[in-house]
Ligand binder design. Structure first.
Ligand code: 13P
Ligand code: SF4
Length: 305
């Protein structure tokens, strides 16, 4: 079968099985093309809330499928590939953060969505990269324990100077592996290009950026900017998507190493196997965990606007 034939079969199977496919923008183009909705983590959470279909396939990583399940307990939610996890989401557990919370009474726990469902049960509010600054400003708490990404936390702290942040040492191994040397090399290779970076990058990378934002933020900025060349400082799928959407502009990867292997395990065949019933992994969650964890996602959507 060709890619096109497999995509047509998937589109037909979606209708026959009343299935909605959500895909994070880090998925490859062939997978994004069969999705009903693609976007960053925040947009996916908002969209997941109003999905009318009986079944949902989340093409992304485990914490995203868990979030979809929390918002849709009555629907069957499949993670597109059972081994697609987010290493950052596994860095901190509930016990560790409960200890930090106990040592800092009065602090609110603001958790990046890249955390486990278990850890979300003790968070006050969740944030995503596109909503973190807005939400930290909007919540009543003045003192904030921000977990787990120290780079995103540093970016938020700089943009919300009126609040007090306690940051812990976690982060995204994909974005955090990029250093200032790669930025200088990319800028010297493409002197006319604007640098667009994700806030999961280190501060010494972020400080050179013309724009800092989420996956969707970067894509929207590149679409509306009159500039013609861009260096993209996030997962390299975004370079591919932008180049396809805007052939008249030029997009360069900040580094060939900006690849998240967990976002790359899902193939078009995996999506097909989810639809025919012999692939993916159904997300099952205890109702008590779901109820305790969904609260901070709902708070995020309330404050996130
Ligand atoms: P956003 O979807 O918020 O851009 O975050 C990127 C990411 O690393 C998701 O795992
Ligand atoms: Fe996790 Fe980073 Fe991969 Fe996103 S890009 S899924 S934060 S490891």
């Amino acid at each position: 079968m060709t890619t096109r034939q497999l995509q047509d079969r998937i589109i037909q199977l979606k209708k026959e099985t009343d299935t909605c496919i959500l895909a994070h923008s880090y998925m490859t183009a062939d997978v994004c093309e069969v999705a009903d909705f693609t976007g960053d983590s925040y947009a996916l959470a908002v969209r997941a809330k109003d999905t009318p279909n009986k079944n949902i396939i989340m093409c992304g990583v485990r914490f995203m499928a868990e979030m979809v399940k929390m918002l849709n307990p009555e629907r069957r939610v499949l993670l597109s590939h059972p081994s697609a996890g987010c290493p950052m989401a596994e860095q901190m557990d509930k016990e560790l953060i409960q200890g930090v919370k106990d040592a800092h009474p009065g602090y609110a726990v603001v958790a990046y969505v890249n955390t486990t469902a278990e850890l979300k049960t003790i968070a006050d509010v969740c944030v995503t990269s596109s909503s973190a600054v807005r939400i930290c400003r909007a919540i009543p708490a003045r003192d904030i324990i921000f977990i787990p990404d120290i780079n995103l936390g540093t970016f938020v702290r700089a943009n919300v100077p009126e609040k007090n942040f306690l940051l812990l040492q976690g982060g995204c191994p994909t974005h955090a592996r990029i250093g200032e040397g790669e930025v200088l090399a990319a800028k010297s290779a493409h002197p006319d290009a604007l640098l667009l970076v994700h806030p999961e990058c280190r501060p010494e990378v972020v400080k050179h950026a013309d724009y800092v934002g989420s996956t969707t933020g970067i894509m929207d900025y590149a679409a509306s900017s009159p500039a013609k060349e861009f260096i993209i400082g996030t997962e390299n799928a975004i370079v591919q998507h932008l180049q396809l959407r805007h052939p008249e502009k030029r997009f360069y990867a900040l580094s060939k190493d900006l690849v998240c292997n967990n976002m790359k395990v899902t193939t078009l065949s995996d999506v097909y196997h989810c639809l025919v019933g012999d692939g993916g992994e159904e997300i099952v969650m205890q109702e008590s965990t779901r109820l305790a964890a969904v609260r901070c996602i709902e708070e995020m959507i309330k404050y996130g606007g």
